[in-house]
Design a protein around this ligand. Structure first.
Ligand code: ADP
Ligand code: MG
Length: 370
């Protein structure tokens, strides 16, 4: 690709105003860019740290056009952005990540087929629609039925023990096909962030080891404890993805590690990823700065992890609890996204601790079954 850099104080428009948009905006602002946010919620987390907000739905074409006219380039902080709406802006504004990346990652079936077509290992899956002969899907049971569009943090997924249960959840494949994925007995869940910079150099952030609670990410430990065999598969997969996708912006790659040390891709996210938040404090270049540098065609220095890190999500009421503990924990890097509503399991903030001592000191507390 190798295009001319877009320099500060150009204006970057971010579609989506949640915590990823907020941390992207903070990185962009640090570098002297102006930032505008499009989000339906007034004073959303990203708008709190940006220059302006357009309050509108993500697929509001008039609002998108207004944003495009005010910006040198657009990016998005989540994948459920309307492709059709973005296509209409092609001549108005640059979208460095491109529409193809979005088209692949916003549909689980398209994404899985893309991985399969490029010989990137993934969990065995089959397509399910209303017309599917369910007597043929036994090989994928016990499994997980997942919607192909709009799912996140376990929304749109159910555990499936037998074929009768598939019909019970027919609403998941009434509008569009779903996929049935075999339940994998993995030994670890890991992830990496990868990007290509303005010189088309691939950069891969260190491997994170992730633990989930009720399908929602709870903790990431960096660097992950993995063998060289696992690490080399991860590097190969991430590099291949960056090249095959002609990647701009950060891509989050979620993976499973099996007992025999095979790495399988679970899913892709065409944006910074929750498991990369640690990079703000623990690395020379955070995933957010990396994303901004990539989409503005700037170079990125070789990535360096300064210290091991543990990142813990604050879900729902855990935020209130962590706030009350804050005065006892000078070692916490405390992030509160400023969301107006506390809901169970909602991602409201996170804590990062860096350095082995801090990690060990915090491990018990941060289990946080409160
Ligand atoms: P999303 O993150 O979009 O909600 P994922 O497909 O990543 O959806 O699923 C969320 C979590 O559910 C995963 O991180 C993993 O813990 C678990 N999970 C998903 N698919 C499988 C599978 N095939 N086998 C075992 N666990 C799975
Ligand atoms: Mg996931």
């Amino acid at each position: 690709m190798n295009k001319a850099p877009i320099l500060p104080p150009a204006t970057i428009g971010i579609i989506g105003g949640g915590q990823l948009g907020q941390m992207l905006a903070q990185s962009a602002k640090t570098m002297g860019y102006h930032v505008g946010i499009l989000d339906p919620i007034p004073d959303c987390p990203a708008a709190q740290v940006s220059d302006f907000q357009i309050i509108a739905a993500y697929d509001d074409q008039v609002a998108l056009k207004k944003l495009a006219n005010k910006c040198a380039l657009l990016t998005y902080e989540f994948e459920n952005v309307s492709l059709i709406a973005l296509e209409t802006l092609k001549n108005d504004v640059s979208l460095p990540q491109g529409l193809r990346l979005l088209a692949i990652t916003q549909n689980r079936l398209v994404e899985k087929n893309f991985l399969r077509a490029n010989d990137i290992p993934t969990v065995p899956f089959t397509e399910i629609q209303a017309t599917t002969d369910l007597t043929t899907v036994g090989a994928y049971l016990p499994g997980i039925l997942k919607t192909t569009v709009g799912g996140y943090d376990g929304h749109g997924q159910v555990d499936i023990a037998n074929t009768t249960m598939i019909t019970t959840h027919a609403q998941l494949y009434q509008q569009a096909p779903a996929i049935l994925e075999k339940r994998l007995a993995f030994v670890q869940e890991i992830s990496v962030m990868v990007t290509q910079d303005g010189l088309d150099q691939v950069h891969i952030w260190p491997i994170a080891e992730n633990k989930h609670e009720q399908h929602v990410l709870k903790t990431s430990l960096i660097p992950a404890q993995v063998s060289p065999k696992v690490a080399s598969q991860v590097t190969q997969i991430a590099t291949k993805l960056a090249k095959k996708l002609d990647l701009r912006g950060v891509l989050g790659v979620e993976m499973f590690v099996t007992a025999d040390e095979q790495v399988l891709v679970n899913e892709l996210a065409p944006r910074p990823h929750n498991s990369g938040h640690y990079s703000i404090e623990a690395m020379n270049v955070s995933q957010f700065e990396g994303h901004i540098r990539s989409i503005t065609n700037l170079p990125i220095a070789p990535l360096k992890l300064y210290q091991p890190a543990l990142m813990v999500n604050l879900l729902g009421e855990q935020l209130t609890h962590a706030r009350n503990e804050l005065s006892h924990h000078p070692e916490w890097h405390f992030h509160d996204y400023g969301k107006a509503q506390i809901r169970p399991l909602r991602k409201l903030g996170h804590i990062t601790v860096i350095g082995t001592n801090a990690i060990n000191h915090n491990k018990n507390w941060l289990k946080m079954d409160k």
